[in-house]
Ligand binder design. Structure first.
Ligand code: ADP
Length: 440
């Protein structure tokens, strides 16, 4: 507004000056013509007789001089010029001189009668023009002030309105803590940025709530699983200490305590591993590993501790070169995954047998673990990879429900996938797919 007002004002000032200068020039030329062309008249009388003539300018005065500065005619005897030399110099070149000598606007121009040349200087006060300018100044000032005040209030009102949803959001967010993750921020219409921000925020809260929930149930389940063997150890030792026992009895009781301690160690190892692999996320493992070698090693170790397990390994016909079974990974983690799958297959089948087939599927190494065991109920299949979840028919068989979720996490970290198909009392087939290092 200020810039627009200034532009309007200054262009009006310029226009006023131009108009007035034009008027002054034509009036000065008129006067010069009357004075110089018609000196047989009484020029003064003639000019004065024109008072009231609309062509007359206010407080006008004129001076006509020769180029040698001799005064030929003047309406004002006391009129003094300091810059007369410069003015004559300019006018001689044919240019008009306009300047301001307050309160007059002054014009100097060259007038030629054909034989002689004269300098005509005219001055007048543009009272009407100055009055108009004064009015324009006041109008523009009022307009600027009124706009400023209205912009201030309008800005205040609209910014308050625009920021209202954010204030509501901030208020709600202040109420959200770990114990109240179920709260959501208000979502206005979802189309604008604030609506999208609220939606994104709510999505984040949703994910946080889920992951906090999972963590809570994980901790609850883990503590429960750890407490069971500890309670058993505690009970056995208490009973043992009640009376004096024979060496044989001590040995049996300590053997049982040892079993519980072993399962405790096993469980804590798996918990540590699951925590490590989940925090690592998909990692860039660089070791080149032959998956069949990992399976052979796992078979050997398993057989040492569980001689009753039958682990049958076969290679797919398509595998002509051991290079085809190379994957990038962590050998300890991959062996842990394979061991868990072998153990499950043997544990949940009466013949304690597993059939492993190693091969390729496109650009991935494929390992199938198949057993003819108790199978997994259909409704349990999607859930068994969750930590501590156990199939309904697996309860009589010892386990903690952590093995498959560990396998799943390890496979995910290796950018692989796991697929489970099973039928109750017929058997289970678990397929492991890992990205192969060689593309064919
Ligand atoms: P755990 O074996 O200690 O219970 P896992 O996480 O290894 O824990 O397995 C989760 C559940 O998946 C098991 O309780 C069982 O119900 C089911 N399961 C896994 N593998 C098999 C299998 N080969 N045959 C039948 N059920 C299986």
């Amino acid at each position: 507004m200020l810039i627009a007002s200034l532009a309007i004002y200054y262009s009006s000032v310029k226009l006023r000056r131009q108009d007035f200068n034009n008027l002054l020039k034509s009036r000065a030329e008129n006067v010069a013509r009357i004075v110089l062309d018609s000196y047989e008249y009484n020029a003064n009388l003639f000019l004065r007789s024109g008072s009231g003539n609309p062509a007359r300018l206010q407080d006008e005065k004129f001076l006509i001089i020769t180029l040698d500065k001799d005064i030929l005619y003047t309406t004002d005897k006391n009129w003094e010029f300091e810059e007369i030399n410069t003015i004559i110099g300019h006018v001689r070149t044919g240019r008009d001189v306009f300047y301001k000598s307050k309160p007059y606007d002054v014009l100097a121009t060259l007038y030629s009668t054909g034989l002689y040349e004269f300098v005509v200087i005219g001055a007048a006060i543009d009272k009407d023009g100055h009055l108009h300018m004064k009015k324009l100044r006041i109008v523009l000032l009022v307009v600027c002030l009124v706009s400023l005040i209205s912009f201030f209030f309008a800005g205040w009102f609209f910014s308050g309105k625009a920021l209202k949803p954010i204030s509501a959001m901030v208020k709600k967010v202040e109420d959200i803590s770990i114990t109240s993750l179920h709260l959501r921020v208000p979502e206005s219409n979802g189309a604008d940025e604030i609506g999208r921000l609220a939606k994104t925020f709510n999505n984040m809260l949703e994910r946080l709530e889920t992951s906090f929930g999972m963590q809570k149930s994980f901790i609850a389940n883990a503590s429960h699983e750890l407490r069971t063997p500890l309670t058993s150890i505690n009970g056995q030792i208490e009973v043992l200490m009640m009376n004096d026992r024979s060496t044989e009895e001590y040995k049996t009781a300590l053997g049982s305590v040892l079993e519980d301690i072993k399962s405790l160690i096993d469980l804590s190892n798996r918990l540590i591993l699951i925590a490590r692999t989940s925090s690592e996320g998909p990692s860039g493992y660089n070791n080149k590993i032959r998956i069949d070698e990992i399976i052979w090693q796992a078979q050997e170790e398993m057989k040492r501790f569980n001689p009753s397990y039958h682990i049958n390994i076969s290679l797919d016909d398509s595998v002509t070169d051991s290079e085809k079974l190379m994957v990038a990974g962590d050998d300890y983690l991959l062996k842990t995954a394979v061991t868990n799958l072998i153990e499950n297959a043997c544990k949940y089948s009466s013949d304690h047998s597993v059939f492993i087939e190693v091969g390729r599927e496109d650009k991935r190494v494929k390992v199938i673990f198949e057993d003819k065991g108790i199978g997994i109920p259909e409704e349990d299949i999607p859930k068994i990879i969750e930590p501590f979840y156990r199939g309904a028919n697996a309860v009589p068989i010892q386990g903690s429900g952590i093995g498959l979720s560990l396998v799943n996490q390890i496979v995910k970290n290796h950018n692989g996938s796991i697929n489970i198909t099973s039928k109750v009392n017929e058997g289970t087939q678990i397929t492991l797919l890992l990205p192969a290092l060689s593309s064919n």
